[in-house]
Write a protein that binds this ligand. Sequence first.
Ligand code: BJ8
Length: 423
Amino acid sequence: MSRYNEMWRSLGLDMEAHDQLLEALPPTYHDVYLTQFGRPAGMKYFDFVVNEVHGLRIQELQEHREAGGKVIGAFCVFVPEEIVRAVGGICIGLCSGIDVGAAEAEKVLPRNICPLIKSSMGFKLTKVCPYFESCDMVVGETTCDGKKKAFEILNDYIPVHVMETPQMKKGRDRELWLGEVEDFAGLLERLTGNKITAETLSRSIREVNGKRRALMRLAEIRKNNPAPISGRDSLLIAQIAMYDDVERFTAQVDKLCDELEQKVRDGDGVFPAGTKRLIVTGTPMAFPNWKVPHIIETSGAVIVAEELCTGLRYFENEVPEDAAALDSQMENVAARYLGINCAVFTPNTARIDRLVQLVEEYRADGVVNCALSFCDPYAIEANRVEQTLKKKNIPLLKIETGYDREDAGQLKTRIEAFIEMLG
Ligand code: BJ8
């Protein structure tokens, strides 16, 4: 019996289903993470966070709520964390990376829908996620059609505020998005009773930038050969970034980076020098989806960067910190988010340009484009990725997969063949 049982019960979790979920995680985590060679000591903190994923962090959220604070859940990196923090709230990226409650979700959603959407609905309907049950509100977005329509249904079970993300990035789209960010700020002010001031927003901009800077420092270290940290560990850190305490997390990433920089000076790596270096691009890999990175890194290659929303798209580009007036700060926040290269935008050439640049910067040998099944935006944009990489003679492997393990063997065969082909 866990010491957190009382807390979980008070959140209304389905205790039996929740126990089953918690039992499923440790063996997978052990196989994917704890068996890695030469893992940095600094990963101990992140192991601890995973170990306490439904414990200590949930307790912190409850303490925050008991003190009058609000918890806001999100499923997309477009939701501006700075605004949530400026009203004293906590922004939590909700898990949607495991096949949970599919049968329940299929009662309200079509069967053939992106697993990320199905998983988020499944988590809510089966009441197994203490993060969901800790949220005062969930923020949705009009990114892809599946999410947009699913949020209407999710609103039957928890209050959902939907932000309208534009489809293009023209002048009027920028105005629309700025209006959405301002409306969101107004809504949060009413929800919390706290007014956003230039001081509170400026502070939260600096805090979230601090997190991004630490993650960017880690990303820079990964340019070294031999790779000082695995792609799996880097992905885990990006996933944890979305729900951990911002300042504590930032300090721990910086501490890990100190260790990794020493490893680089010592010529020490987690894979031998000369291991094929890959970049993964495509749909986000939400916690605890580690399937493809695990297969790649147990097939003879190392992932050196992720052009993903659980990667560079999440932490690249800071919000400028020099604006003193609230209006300009809001504009800066809105502009930073609209710079994210999600495949729901058209055209989205900046994503492909960035990918090519990353291949050069990280001296990658190839790219794996990974789209979740039934994700039209990324599956279709794979065509643009392929065309451009072909022109540049950059080897590409295109994958479409879900959260189940059924295709794991077939994926491994394809990935091994691709790595072998790299020479
Ligand atoms: S900014 S990538 S986090 S929308 S995988 S639900 S697109 S059908 S997750 Fe995303 Fe924001 Fe864009 Fe990033 Fe739809 Fe595709 Fe599913 Fe997706």
